[in-house]
Design a protein around this ligand. Sequence first.
Ligand SMILES: [Zn+2]
Length: 260
Amino acid sequence: MLVKILGSGHSGGTPMIGEGWGGANPLNPKNRRTRPSILVEDADTTILIDTSPDLRLQLINANVQHIDALLYTHSHADHLHGIDDLRAINRCMNRWIPTYANKQTWDDIAERFGYVLDPLKGDTKFFYKPCLEKNEINVGDRFKIGNFVIDVFEQDHGFLKTLGFRINEFAYSTDVVEMPESSFSTLSGIDTWIVGTLWEEPHITHAHVNKAIEWSRIVKPRRLVLSHLSHKIDYDEVSLKIASDAELAYDGMILEFPQN
Ligand SMILES: [Zn+2]
């Protein structure tokens, strides 16, 4: 099992339009961050989580032509609006993409990108648009994709709830500011945990660096990886500060698991 971080940035990316590199050193390639998507893979199965607005280049860089399942954490633009790039995956696979999201996300997809749910017109077999096969999931659900067992847990993102995913011994928690007690029990026993942390100071909708580190003292993963990073985070500077507790993500980072 492998996890590939396709995009480690926040909604604005680094550098950010109008604000440039912020506190991040432009000479360090690990500070160039695209918007958030990740891949979870083993030899047989590939799962994509979220469709960042930078999806096309992310899928090209990771050489992805096949997705067994797409999971959505929530419908904010930085996690959803690359959806049209999935058309190329439909073409490569010549089939619809099994997609899993909660009701709120499906409602937002239907409103903003309803065409991805429409059938192909007439006798057309050619994927001239993205085609997503709708599966509605809820907090507490457990389902299987290939060898992966997926547990869905709740996260508080301030103005809305997002979904966290435990996938075997790995968990992904992006866009979360508070974690309900029940989610901590779902996380118990994981090996590696990615948590979205915007920057070092508290924020009303996102965890900050020290909050994720506090949570990890409860969950006790072997590896805590902080992602969804803003332009205020300099890779080398913050990595040094948190070295004994956590690592920072970067675009293209690959996480391996001990059983492999
Ligand atoms: Zn986000």
